[in-house]
Design a protein around this ligand. Structure first.
Ligand code: HEM
Length: 525
């Protein structure tokens, strides 16, 4: 039977259409109302809540979460920012609704990183997905991918720890107490330099020290809450924020030039049959993809790829090393317990290795507690929504800036007993084994589509570093400057300057023997 509108009286159709449209509008309104508007503190004109955040935005956000709930909204300059707190809410956004929350905001500072071609600071696109996968695979190939690469990576760390301890001991003899921060920075950068470029640098190499020594400026500008990104008009007349931003642009140009020079050298000498290091691996992998991705015929993505890996690793890992040493001197009884455990398990006839991890639960518990307690990446790199979405019943429009407060999850008293006390014991069960479930609740490397690609490598490196220094030396604090756990805010929380003395527990025989066949041939001075 044919059904047509012919013969139907328009007077009947009109009310039908009006009813349908009204119902649709009503349904839309009902959905909107169900998704409550996002609560948050009062925002002042022009600056919004920028002034209230103070020197520790993660603590301000945790206080606001207590008042308004795990999802709340603030205004920074002209931008609305939704702040997500607590493990459940963060998991819901980053894992269960991963793609919706995986974007990066169009911040001015992000566009300066690798000339805007960084995958760490760039938003989600089809090319971004491929770029990130290539980087993940390349990183594994040169670190944790198989037993052989793991062994080489282990050699890089042992070699660097030997150099570092030699410097520490010399400094202690010369100055009694010294500040170890710069040495730790160069040491962490050298491990990644060996992986990325196949060579390490002398501690006195001025160019290298300059390139790696500007971390503070970088992480202060790209950390959540950086002013220039939310009040871009500040760039256009002289003021302190403009000066900071101009320095940031300069350091990015210098960093990219350093990486570009390395890539140019590599391209001149590469033989595709022998992949020497991660830069070679990126050159080969990205050249192979050139026929499939038009974007590769227009730009060279090797420089931003290597830049992302080298840049992301040095600041985070050196900050971790600084916290580990500061906490060792702050809690000498824990240092003694670490030493006892490595002495018992490894004994004094050999050095600790990656394989000792399972047998060293206290070392692991200590590390997880350093990560939880300091939460030294308190907020992830800012995210943004890639679609109109909702979280915990609140509607969030596309392109909203999202801050993820990792600190709030690591200091939630519902999960952690006395969260503001440093206590590695919390990670050990009644048999003294590591409580793996609890350890996996520590949130420092983010989750989901933007989860840090260096997590496995970092945990291995920090484990070996801690086990090696506990096995080889002893740290003490300067009695005139008792160690404090204060810090400066940025993408990473950096401890304030502190002074230590370092003494070998025996001599360097084991470290010297382990490094003679190793990487000395790659060294430049
Ligand atoms: C203790 C050391 C480290 C910590 C705590 C850490 C933590 C983080 C965090 C919180 C993020 C932001 C994730 C997000 O925005 O949701 C991140 C991103 C990233 N990390 Fe790490 N990281 C560490 C070491 C490393 C290392 C050693 C590498 C490379 C070798 C690395 C490479 C990256 C990259 C490439 C990204 C960007 C990922 C993306 O945007 O897709 N990180 N890291």
């Amino acid at each position: 039977m044919d059904v047509t509108l012919e013969g139907i009286d328009p007077a009947t159709v009109r009310p039908l259409i009006v009813t349908c449209v009204t119902l649709l509008l009503f349904f839309h309104l009902w959905r909107r109302l169900r998704q409550r508007s996002i609560p948050g503190p009062f925002a002042w004109p022009v600056v919004g809540n920028a002034a209230q955040m103070g020197k520790a935005p993660h603590l301000y956000f945790s206080r606001m979460a207590k008042k308004y709930g795990d999802v709340f909204q603030i205004k920074l300059g002209c931008r609305i920012v939704v702040v997500l707190n607590g493990a459940d809410c963060i998991k819901q956004a980053l894992v269960k609704q991963g793609l919706d929350f995986a974007g990066r905001p169009d911040f001015t500072s992000f566009k300066c990183v690798s000339g805007g071609d960084s995958f760490a600071f760039g938003t989600v696109t089809d090319w971004w997905k491929v770029h990130r996968k290539v980087a993940q695979a390349t990183l594994r190939m040169f670190s944790t991918g198989n037993p052989q690469t793991k062994k080489t990576f282990e050699q890089h760390i042992v070699c660097e720890v030997k150099e570092l301890l030699q410097r520490f001991v010399r400094k202690t003899k010369e100055e009694r107490y010294f500040q170890p921060m710069t040495l730790l920075l160069v040491s962490a950068a050298n491990i990644m330099s060996a992986v990325c470029f196949g060579k390490r640098y002398s501690y006195d190499d001025e160019e290298f020290r300059q390139v790696v020594g500007r971390n503070d400026q970088f992480t202060q500008t790209v950390g959540a809450g950086s002013i220039v990104d939310v009040m871009p008009w500040l760039q256009y007349f002289p003021n302190p924020i403009k000066t900071i931003f101009d320095n940031f642009k300069k350091l990015n140009v210098e960093f990219t030039t350093f990486i570009r020079d390395k890539v140019v050298e590599h391209r001149k000498t590469i033989e595709s049959s022998t992949i020497r290091d991660m830069t070679d691996a990126f050159i080969v992998a990205l050249d192979q993809l050139r026929d499939n991705y038009e974007v590769l015929s227009k730009k060279d993505y090797v420089v931003p790829s290597v830049g992302d890996i080298f840049g992301a690793s040095q600041d985070t890992l050196s900050t971790a090393l600084q916290w580990i040493i500061l906490i060792l001197v702050k809690y000498p009884e824990m240092q003694a317990r670490l030493q006892q455990e490595v002495d018992k398990v490894v004994d004094r006839s050999r050095l600790p290795t990656f394989e000792d991890r399972v047998q060293l639960p206290y070392v692991m518990a200590f590390l997880y507690e350093v990560m939880r307690f300091t939460s030294f990446v308190p907020l992830t790199i800012p995210h943004s929504t890639t679609a109109d979405t909702s979280i915990m019943g609140h509607a969030v429009p596309k392109n909203t800036v999202i801050f993820i407060n990792q600190w709030s999850s690591n200091h939630n008293p519902a999960i952690w007993h006395r969260p503001d006390t440093f206590d590695p014991q919390r990670f050990l069960d009644q048999n003294g084994a590591l409580d793996k479930d609890l350890a996996s609740s520590v949130l420092l490397f983010s989750l989901g589509k933007r989860r840090c690609i260096g997590e496995e490598l970092s945990k291995l490196q920090l484990f070996l570093f801690t086990a090696l220094i506990a096995h080889q030396c002893h740290f003490t604090a300067d009695p005139d400057r008792p160690p404090k756990l204060d810090y400066n805010y940025g993408l990473t929380l950096k401890p304030h300057a502190f002074s230590i003395a370092v003494f070998l527990r025996e001599d360097m025989t084991l470290l010297e023997a382990a490094t003679t066949q190793g990487l000395a041939k790659n060294e430049t001075s």
